[in-house]
Every structure is written in structure tokens, then in C-alpha cells.
Design a binder for this molecule. Structure first.
Ligand code: NAD
Length: 522
């Protein structure tokens, strides 16, 4: 089983798909790893570091790729560049297939099995493989750092002998993974933070991080979240109302970070030229949606421009501007997925083509484009398509807010609220602190989960039968223990363990803090 890692060819891409840490683990799984000379330099990883982890350094890409069974990559490689790989080789990376149908078809024609990590379902099992989260989290952080660097003033309030400096006002548009991290980072720097989103679930998360929530909370807003947790495309009417509300707010801001995205569509346009012109000179906008067309009318993707004294930062690969950390997390995401495709005992690939993770992410196979979003001309994005499997959940009245979402076991807090439907119904009667704590945990878990994927152990995947047997044994043992101790408390397994686990566990093992959840949307 030969795995190849080559230097990224896209201009300005400094990330790399494997680190010495993940190379070592792949070798422990029975792989031989070839790394192209200099592949890690953009992330400050030297060839000798890879060698120390057990990889061989190839003089060029062709030598690294020769007879490779697996190619790990950050960006989509051209079909031509993959000449020499084994027939059917897995090419795993952020392949960005939307709008690139020709390149996807070329990969199919080249005979490789292209795997698009962006389509990884957002279920508990796959959290450690979620490249969108790990990279968006860093983009949210780095976006604020870029804003602070371009801002002529201080972020925090400072009370000095020479007088008081007022804190900067920061507004975050879109409170998903990147937005929540941007809120947390701007707060840490001392800004007064507000945020908006079209999903009701975002409200408590924003508030729990200390941000003020600003949004048009009408009927459409209450229905704006798909069962997969993503935003829906909003109507023109809603967008107009949203623009009216945010226009006045933006005029008073020093920093605006935009992160709004809708899967499979161009980024929604949230800030017009007139809104930019309403801001004071010296203000800074960072458009983290620049790669998908931008949330700001004036954004020039890939560039930093100034309009009427307002700086608009349109970098298209913000996570790539913090490449060492981004590579570290990305490489772990890939390792976690690849581990599920390897039989470590036999030291070879053993792909279960029926596994939901494989089905969701494989774009091409045996010479054909096989992904339903591309092969059949149906342009529905794959990740949210998970929602289709749960129409009932999608139809639930959104007014019950986050706590009422039945299958949303994403972060620990949502699990505990979901487990108490009665409490969710009377959410207003609950003490506000409990809800706030839950929302804070949810927001923090989302950020932490994105930041710190669970380390993957190099061991074969256990069979379902073995897991079932284990579970049965544990239940029996728990029953016996309970029977022996009359009056004893309920077995710990039945507690909403997530609560205590989340509180106790270190931030870098979030996936372990969560109870296993039924397969479904997060
Ligand atoms: P995203 O990158 O698709 O979009 C960013 C944010 O923009 C979202 O919060 C979205 O609601 C918002 N948005 C879209 N249109 C908007 C508009 N017109 N105005 C304002 N905001 C707008 O989102 P994401 O970061 O991928 O997160 C999407 C969902 O997935 C969230 O509910 C998040 O909690 C969830 N999630 C789950 C997991 C997991 O279970 N493993 C991991 C990460 C995120």
C-alpha cells in the first residue's frame, strides 16, 4: 500500500496533506509513504522530518506518484498530473468539485477514485474527518487577526494615564464554525462584538460567546435551517429586510467579518457598495466568503483593496495563511478517514463501498463520475442532502429552537437538551442560565471540535459484531451492579454523560467528550 504526498501546485497554497505525525501513523498502518521533495516547506516541515517519521523523499512529483495506491492532497490535482499512479488509486483531498465538472470528468477518465472531503457527512463518527470545520475554524481566527493587523486602532478598551481608548466594534456576519471562532477571537482581543445569521440556532451560540445577536427574526428565519444544520437560500424579501436592518448597524462598525455561505451556491451578497461607503475611514472588512464570490459587493477575490478609506480584505485562502496549524489539522482529518479504509492487519486497503462516509465522498470510480450530485446532473450539494433522509426532522416547527432538534447530537450540549423534550417545549420557563450554559457549551464544542480532531489510533476498525458484543456485556454488567446495590443511583451510562464529560475533558479531545449518537445529521 503506497501513499504519495506531493507539493501543492496552486499558487499561494502553503498547506500540505500529511505531516510527520500522520505519516508515522500511516506507516504504522502498514503503508509505505513517498513525499515529494520540499512538499512540506510551506508549512515549515522539512524533508528530514518526514524521513525521521519513516517516509521516503522522492526527487519529484512523478517519482512520488509512481504506482501510488493513495494520493493525499490539499487541492484538486489535474488528471494529467496523476499519470503513473496505480489503476483506481484513491485521490483524497478538498477537491472543490462544484463548477469544476470538467475536471471531475477528467479524473474519472484518468481511472482514479477521487474522494472529496468536503462532502463528509456531519455526523459524530466523521467529526474528526471534517475538513470544512477544521479549516473554517482557522479561517475565522485568522480573519480577525488580519483585520486587527489592517486596523489603525486598538481592539480593546484601554484606560491609560493619557486617557481612555474606546474598544473596537466588530460585526460578524454568518455564525457557523468560522463566524463563531471569529466572535470568540474578536472578544478575546477586546472588541465589542455583534453577529448575525439566518439560522435561529445561531442566536444562543452568539450570545453565549458574549456577542449581541442582530437579525430579522421573522417566520422565514424560523425555518431557515435545514435538517443538516446548514442555512437555506433566503427569499429576496427576507434579504431586503436583512439588508435594511444590517445597513444601519454596519455604519457604526469598525470591523466586519463576513462568513456567510450556502452549500453549493454562490455566497449571499450581504454588503453593498453603499453600506461600505457608510462606514468610517479606517474601518476594515474581511470577506471570508471571497472564494465563493464574496459577501461584499466590492470584494476582489484574492486582493486587499481600499474604498473610501475602508479596507476590504478578500483573501481566498485565509486558512492557508496560517499553514502550519492548518496542515496539522487537515492532515489529521485525512488520516482519520484513511484509517477507516485500511485493514491494518492485512496492511492493505479494504474499502467498504457501502459505508455512508465512502458513499458520500467518492466522486469518481472505475472510470465514471459516480457521485449523485454530478453524475445525474442533480446539482444538490451532498452534505445537506443528508437532510433528505430525515424529512420528519426537517418539517419540525423551527420555533422550538435548538433544544427541540431531535437528531442534533453535534455538540454535547445539544444532546442533553434533545434528550429532554419536555424541557425544550417549556424553554421559556427554564432558568435562562441553564439554556445559556447549554448554548455556550454548544458553541464552544463546535469551535473546539473544529480545532482539535481526535487523534487517530493506528488500529484496525472493530467489527460491528464485536462492538455489539461489548455493548451487551457492558449493559449486563451495569444491570448486575445495579441489582447488587439496591437504592444505588442509575448506571452512569444512562446519564446525559456528555454534560459532565464536556466539562471535564480537555479541549483537545472533543470527539471523545461526546456520547455516540445515532447516525444522522448533526
Ligand atoms: P457555512 O460555512 O455553510 O455557512 C456559514 C454561516 O453563514 C452559517 O452559519 C449560515 O447559517 C450563515 N448564513 C448563510 N446565509 C446567510 C445570510 N444570508 N445571512 C447571514 N448568515 C448567513 O456553515 P458552517 O460553518 O459549515 O456551519 C453550518 C452548520 O453546520 C451549523 O449549524 C454548524 O453548527 C453545523 N456544524 C456541524 C458540525 C458537526 O456536526 N460535525 C461541524 C461543523 C458545523
Amino acid at each position: 500500500m503506497k501513499i504519495a504526498i506531493v507539493r501543492e501546485r496552486v499558487e499561494g497554497e502553503n498547506r500540505v496533506a500529511a505531516t510527520p505525525e500522520t505519516v508515522g501513523k500511516l506507516i504504522a498502518l502498514g503503508a509505505s509513504v513517498q513525499v515529494e521533495k520540499g512538499a512540506g516547506l510551506g508549512s515549515r516541515i522539512l524533508d528530514k522530518d518526514y524521513e525521521a517519521a519513516g517516509a521516503a523523499i522522492a526527487a519529484n512529483a512523478a517519482a512520488a506518484l509512481k504506482s501510488a495506491d493513495v494520493v493525499l492532497t490539499v487541492r484538486r490535482p489535474s488528471a494529467a498530473s496523476l499519470a503513473g499512479v496505480s489503476k483506481g488509486a484513491l485521490v483524497i483531498g478538498a477537491l472543490d468539485p462544484y463548477g469544476n465538472d470538467k475536471d471531475v470528468a477528467a479524473l474519472a477518465k484518468a481511472g482514479v477514485t477521487a474522494v472529496s472531503m468536503e462532502f463528509m457527512p456531519r455526523i459524530t463518527r466523521a467529526q474528526v474527518m471534517d475538513i470544512l470545520s477544521s479549516q473554517a475554524n482557522l479561517a475565522g481566527y485568522q480573519g480577525v487577526i488580519e483585520a486587527a493587523a489592517a486596523f489603525d486602532r486598538a481592539f480593546p478598551m484601554m484606560m491609560t494615564a493619557a486617557g481612555t481608548v474606546r474598544p473596537a466594534k466588530a460585526f460578524v456576519m454568518g455564525a457557523g464554525v468560522a463566524g463563531l471562532q471569529a466572535i470568540a477571537t474578536a472578544k478575546r482581543l477586546g472588541a465589542v462584538v455583534s453577529a448575525t445569521d439566518v439560522r435561529p440556532a445561531a442566536k444562543e451560540q452568539v450570545e453565549s460567546l458574549g456577542g449581541k445577536f442582530v437579525a430579522v427574526e421573522d417566520e422565514e428565519f424560523k425555518q431557515a435551517e435545514t435538517a443538516g444544520g446548514y442555512a437555506k437560500q433566503m427569499s429576496a424579501e427576507y434579504q431586503a429586510k436583512q439588508a435594511d436592518l444590517t445597513a444601519a448597524h454596519i455604519a457604526k462598525q469598525d470591523i466586519v467579518i463576513t462568513t456567510a455561505l450556502i452549500p453549493g451556491r454562490p455566497a449571499p451578497r450581504l454588503i453593498t457598495k453603499a453600506m461600505v461607503e457608510s462606514m468610517a475611514p479606517g474601518s476594515v472588512i474581511v470577506d471570508l466568503a471571497a472564494e465563493r464570490g464574496g459577501n461584499v459587493e466590492l470584494t476582489v477575490p484574492g486582493q486587499v483593496i481600499e474604498h473610501n478609506g475602508v479596507t476590504i480584505i478578500g483573501y481566498t485562502n485565509v486558512q492557508g495563511r496560517i499553514p502550519t496549524t492548518a496542515s496539522q489539522l487537515y492532515a489529521r482529518n485525512l488520516l482519520a478517514f484513511l484509517t477507516t479504509l485500511i485493514d491494518a492487519k492485512e496492511k492493505k486497503l479494504a474499502i467498504n463501498w457501502d459505508d455512508e462516509l465512502v458513499k458520500a465522498t467518492v466522486l469518481t470510480r472505475d472510470g465514471a463520475v459516480v457521485h449523485p450530485s454530478f453524475s445525474g446532473g442533480d446539482a444538490k450539494p451532498a452534505a445537506p442532502a443528508k437532510a433528505d433522509a430525515k424529512p420528519a426532522a426537517a418539517k419540525k416547527p423551527a420555533s422550538k429552537a435548538a433544544g427541540a432538534k431531535p437528531a442534533t447530537a453535534r455538540p454535547a450540549a445539544s444532546k442533553s437538551t434533545a434528550a429532554k423534550p419536555a424541557a425544550a417545549k417549556t424553554a421559556t420557563a427554564k432558568p435562562p442560565t441553564a439554556r445559556k450554559i447549554a448554548a455556550k457549551r454548544k458553541a464552544e464544542a463546535l469551535i473546539d471540535a473544529a480545532a482539535a480532531p481526535k487523534p487517530v489510533r493506528a488500529r484496525p476498525v472493530r467489527s460491528k459484531a464485536a462492538a455489539d458484543a461489548d455493548a451487551a456485556a457492558k449493559t449486563a454488567a451495569a444491570k448486575t451492579a445495579a441489582a447488587k446495590k439496591p437504592g444505588a443511583k442509575k448506571p452512569a451510562a444512562k446519564k446525559p454523560a456528555a454534560k459532565s464529560a464536556a466539562a471535564k475533558a480537555p479541549a483537545n479531545t472533543p470527539a471523545e467528550t461526546k456520547p455516540d449518537t445515532p447516525k444522522g445529521d448533526q
